[in-house]
Design a protein around this ligand. Structure first.
Ligand SMILES: NC(=O)c1ccc[n+]([C@@H]2O[C@H](COP(=O)([O-])OP(=O)(O)OC[C@H]3O[C@@H](n4cnc5c(N)ncnc54)[C@H](OP(=O)(O)O)[C@@H]3O)[C@@H](O)[C@H]2O)c1
Length: 269
């Protein structure tokens, strides 16, 4: 039986991924911060380990648990992440850093913790959940995109570095997915309603509330493909929106892309 470890497993894409792999009779180690939700996953058949990926002690405990129980992690899914939206001028350093603490340094910490065993086994897969926002930015989404651009760069370097040990690395690039993500974004928008960028608030929170797009289950199926394909792709785009954006980035001159982004996100004052 193969074993998968998933971060941020307590909701959305992470939770759906737990269920997808349990349904395929994998051993699933679900990690996250919310104890009540972790217990629900335990009832569903997962092994649970409480882990805040920004907490070094939690990461140590995770490794100790894996080593003490002789667990062999075949696949690591770095899924935990959140969106912190706000303009570059109005977002204070601590908010921007918090975005990187989870989406970038948390992902790197978990990866560093799991890699030695994978190297020893000369086998393993790491699947990093990035975003189409790791390919292009948007007004008000600069820091979130910066964190996902970083995930893209780190994942590429890692793939080249660990190939020699038989470890494969793939990146998942979802477009909008109906999860708790948009609510977290809406509760964290750092733009003053009455400030110079007030018009952006409507564009961002409005678009968040009426999220169209794919499902967490659909994304989990793509993660399953990345985990089980003989030769997994470097990147998996998820949702038609992500595929369209990637296509437009390739064919449109940057200034035309600017025009569409402005039309989409900056309502007239
Ligand atoms: N939904 C989208 O439209 C979309 C699009 C592209 C990419 N993504 C990416 O997909 C991933 C999953 O997001 P989602 O859509 O499933 O949103 P979600 O429903 O909000 O799930 C995010 C998960 O990450 C967990 N998390 C956040 N910070 C954590 C930390 N420090 N330690 C451990 N767990 C932490 C959350 O736990 P708590 O419940 O404890 O907060 C939650 O379980 C994220 O990396 C996100 O950037 C999402």
């Amino acid at each position: 039986m193969k074993t998968i470890l998933i971060t941020g497993a307590t909701s959305g894409i992470g939770e759906a991924t737990v269920k997808q792999f349990l349904g395929k009779s994998w051993k699933v180690i679900a990690t996250g911060r919310n104890e009540e939700k972790l217990n629900n996953l335990k009832s569903a058949g997962a092994e649970i380990i409480k882990t805040d990926i920004t907490n070094p002690q939690d990461i140590n405990n995770l490794v100790t648990h894996i080593v003490n129980n002789g667990l062999k992690i075949d696949v690591l899914v770095n899924n935990a992440g959140f969106g912190q939206f706000g303009t570059i001028e109005e977002t204070p350093d601590n908010k921007a850093k918090a975005q990187f603490e989870t989406n970038v340094f948390g992902l790197a910490s978990v990866t560093r913790a799991i890699l030695p065993e994978m190297r020893k086994n000369r086998n393993g897969r790491i699947i990093n959940v990035s975003s189409i926002a790791g390919k292009t930015s948007m007004p008000g989404g600069g820091w979130y995109s910066a964190s996902k651009f970083a995930v893209e760069a780190i994942s590429d370097s890692l793939r080249w570095e660990v190939k020699q040990f038989g470890i494969k690395v793939s990146i998942i690039e979802p477009g909008p997915i109906k999860t708790g993500f948009a609510n977290t974004v809406n509760n964290n928008v750092v733009i003053e309603d009455s400030g110079p960028y007030g018009n952006l608030v409507k564009g961002l929170t409005g678009s968040g509330k009426s999220v169209k797009g794919g499902t967490a289950e659909g994304c989990a199926k793509t993660i399953y493909r990345a985990a089980t394909a003989k030769n997994p792709r470097n990147r998996y785009l998820v949702t038609k929106e992500a595929k369209l954006i990637k296509f437009l980035l390739i064919i449109l001159p940057p200034k035309i892309m600017d025009y569409f982004v402005m039309r989409m996100f900056i309502p007239k004052k």
